[in-house]
Design a protein around this ligand. Structure first.
Ligand code: PEP
Ligand code: MN
Length: 350
């Protein structure tokens, strides 16, 4: 019995040594990860992994077989890579671990983020001065500050209305100049960004462009707030990395917009991913807003979706409104008319 006790004490000691060495190894691996990131090298290096394993197995004297040792070390490699990845995600500039305080985006006296709720309403597309003027009047009467409207439209079919282009941008500017509203306009490429830049208050990067990395870098080099919409087939991690593209270029004024993702469900245009809201709020310091119009694609459930989003602690709601949705040139079925908007907005603020 004494012998067992003595051997157990030796095992305990070895365990302590293994523990210490494993963590020492992990620490060194984290430092390697940091250096790799600085120099742009890939985290996973299968050739180096094979070299390590070969040299370990060469020294193996048993009693564990080479297969068992290889298995154990591969587990260590796997755990190390996961640790490096965690460390990488936590050290992103958008990460809550990197900056604990909420990013507040200040624009024309308004603040997006923190404890503020931002409402961004307006038509899917800017169609005419009269149309946008009517919307602006309604928003101003309600004391609202932001207006959205597409000038460059990303349409599934090349034969659908593509937006008024720069003419639309100028209509928006004419109206926001008069009404003091803050404009949100999407750009699809660098050329449009350059053309419209001086006229736009907030630049929108749409769902279809979330992984247009060169465009992300370009808006990252500007000094204007950016609404980044989640790609409809993108994971939360991909969404976060897209935001990192912008922030890494120096522009921290990024507003994340959940707008629904594609699933097998056909009852809605997309599936609003409510869980993305608390996850993004927890893991990043950026404001998170929700576009209920493109998420649902139908008006009858929009109020409840917006309420659910606010309950999940989002920083704002975007929705499409139009003076006469029946004749709208895009997304006509999902844009609210003014009466529908009245009850929608009332339900949110009461
Ligand atoms: C839009 O907001 O006008 C739009 C096209 O939305 P999304 O990029 O989310 O589809
Ligand atoms: Mn639309």
């Amino acid at each position: 019995m004494d012998r067992i006790k003595e051997l157990r004490q030796r095992i305990d000691k070895v365990n302590q040594q293994i523990l210490k060495l494993l963590n020492e190894r992990a620490q060194i691996a984290l430092e390697i990860g940091l250096e790799k990131r600085k120099s742009g090298h890939a985290m996973y290096d299968p050739i180096r992994e094979k070299e390590i394993l070969d040299s370990i197995l060469k020294e193996n004297q048993g009693p564990f077989s080479n297969e068992v040792i290889a298995y154990l070390f591969k587990e260590i490699f796997k755990a190390t890579l996961a640790l490096q990845k965690d460390e990488f995600i936590n050290n992103l500039k958008i990460s809550r671990k990197y900056q604990n305080e909420d990013t507040l985006i200040k624009i024309k006296g308004e603040i997006i983020g923190g404890s503020n709720t931002t409402y961004i309403f307006g038509p899917c597309s800017i169609e005419s001065v009269e149309q946008l003027e009517e919307v602006a009047k309604l928003l101003v009467n309600k004391g609202l500050k932001f207006i959205r409207g597409g000038a460059y439209k990303p349409r599934t079919s090349p034969y659908d209305f593509q937006g008024l282009g720069f003419t639309g941008v100028k209509i928006m500017t004419e109206i926001t100049d008069k009404s003091n509203l803050i404009s949100v306009i999407e750009v699809l490429n660098e050329k449009q960004l350059e053309e419209a830049y001086d006229y736009i208050d907030i630049i929108q990067i749409g769902s279809r462009n979330m992984d247009n990395f060169s465009l992300l870098r370009s808006v990252g080099q500007t000094n204007k707030p950016v609404i980044l919409k989640r790609g409809y087939s993108s994971t939360i991690e991909e969404f976060k990395l897209a935001a990192e593209y912008i922030v890494s270029e120096g522009n921290q004024q990024v507003i994340l917009c959940e707008r629904g993702i594609r699933t097998f469900e056909t009852a809605t245009r997309n599936t609003l991913d409510i869980s993305a809201i608390p996850i993004l709020k927890k893991e990043t310091h950026l404001p998170v807003i929700v576009d209920v119009s493109h998420a649902a694609g139908r008006k009858d459930i929009m109020t409840l979706l917006a309420k659910a989003s606010l309950a999940a602690n989002c920083n704002g709601i975007m929705a499409e409104i139009h003076p006469n949705p029946f004749v709208a040139l895009s997304d006509s079925h999902q844009q609210m008319n003014f009466a529908e908007f009245e009850s929608f907005y009332q339900a949110l603020i009461e």
